[in-house]
Design a protein around this ligand. Structure first.
Ligand SMILES: [Zn+2]
Length: 176
């Protein structure tokens, strides 16, 4: 559902990507996460999106909803993980892959490990708060039983530009 643009955020200058359904590679799923991030922007949220794929099927897709829910845990990854677990009727998401437009924060990095996600792909690193290689590496805790693959850099420029533009335009808006 497309939501109307709230006044508190500048209009989104980016358009959604429409990847070919025939080539379901990493970029395909990240483009869907990117589209979720655009929906977040249009809903007045920080533009971060996440998609969870399992056996070629999307079983979770959402974007950041911290503002609309006033819930600090309503990050894209958490919401997508909840959907995916509900879809499978199992909290264990072994074999599932999560695609997110920015490196997960401490909470979401922890959640991906707790959910036993097999592979996390993120577009760009967050050197301040990222916990899958950026600021820290939760997935490499020596006592962690679950082994998780992590890949960064998928659709990196597009996702970084979207997030940086959001904050840059918001700063300009707030000075008016
Ligand atoms: Zn998070």
């Amino acid at each position: 559902m497309e939501s109307t643009q709230p006044k508190s955020v500048p209009p989104c200058p980016f358009t959604k990507l429409y990847p070919s359904q025939l080539i379901r590679d990493e970029a395909f799923f990240m483009k869907l996460a990117y589209n979720q991030a655009i929906d977040a922007w249009k809903a007045g949220e920080v533009p971060i999106g996440a998609v969870i794929e399992y056996e070629g099927q999307i079983i979770g897709a959402d974007h950041n909803r911290v503002e609309s829910t006033q819930d600090p845990t309503a990050h894209a990854e958490i919401l997508a993980i909840t959907q995916a677990a509900r879809h499978r009727g199992d909290w264990r998401l072994n074999g599932a892959r999560l695609f997110v437009t920015k490196e997960p924060c401490p909470m979401c990095s922890g959640a991906t490990a707790m959910a036993r996600i097999s592979h996390v792909y993120y577009a760009h690193t967050d050197p301040k708060m990222g916990c899958l290689g950026g600021a820290s590496s939760i997935h490499q805790l020596p006592q962690l039983n679950h082994h998780m693959e992590v890949t960064s850099g998928v659709l990196e420029e597009e996702c970084r530009e979207l997030l940086q533009a959001f904050f840059a335009l918001k700063r300009i808006e707030s000075k008016r």
